[in-house]
Design a protein around this ligand. Structure first.
Ligand code: SF4
Length: 209
């Protein structure tokens, strides 16, 4: 879950000392998706490219480990943290076991985060690698596909090391971030994080709690 207090307490970055943000490469338009595409345009993240007081460090863990194009994979028997603890597996659509490779990819992503002393990560949600809020629970192509609250393997690796992560669809959190990096930014008070959205509240039965 996004840590809004952490975002509110972020320092005011400057051109000389930019805010260092690790980003899932596909969110910046890099064609590193499984099919060799970038999964679309993510304006909530692409806007960051305009700022001189932000340093974006892009990385695609799956491309690093498995290359592009590649198979789709999902986590079976748990979430990314469970994979790191040896309690769940990462399997491709054809059944290949990518558990070890994905852990390796997550360690490389952690190394990139540490080497660049990143202050925040913005990542693709749903992915077995970069997911950081909601991921599939097993096979995404199953007729009765399910979602679970949880992180992908790389999201979990970063989280475990203390890095703060938000996803591209954490719009309220992104508004806080933009207010930090741009004094002219008009905060959209209606922006919602993913866990405030109708779909999330409905699907995880949190609506009437
Ligand atoms: S979600 Fe992560 S692993 Fe998947 S294409 Fe984007 S950067 Fe690569």
């Amino acid at each position: 879950m996004p840590d809004k207090d952490y975002l509110r307490n972020l320092r005011i970055p400057t051109k000389e000392n930019p805010l260092r943000i690790l980003v899932s490469a596909c969110l910046l338009g890099v064609k590193c998706g499984v099919d060799g595409d970038s999964y679309g345009e993510y304006t909530s993240v692409l806007k960051l490219l305009r700022y001189e007081n932000v340093q974006l460090i892009q990385f695609c863990p799956e491309d690093f480990e498995f290359g592009t194009p590649r198979e789709m994979c999902d986590i079976y028997g748990g979430n990314g943290l469970d994979v790191l603890e040896g309690k769940a597996k990462v399997l491709t659509t054809s059944g290949s076991d990518w558990t070890e490779g994905m852990i390796n990819a997550s360690e490389k992503m952690l190394e990139v985060a540490q080497h660049n002393a990143v202050e925040l990560a913005i990542m693709m949600d749903i992915s077995a690698a970069c997911g950081n809020h909601v991921i599939y629970d097993g096979d995404r192509y199953a007729a009765d596909k399910k979602y679970q609250i949880g992180m992908g393997v790389c999201g979990a690796q970063l989280h475990r090391a203390g890095f703060k992560i938000i996803s591209w669809r954490e719009y309220e959190s992104l508004e806080i971030l933009y207010s930090k990096i741009d004094p002219m930014h008009q905060v959209d008070q209606s922006a919602k994080d993913f866990d405030q959205h109708e779909w999330y509240l409905d699907y995880f039965k949190m609506k009437d709690r």
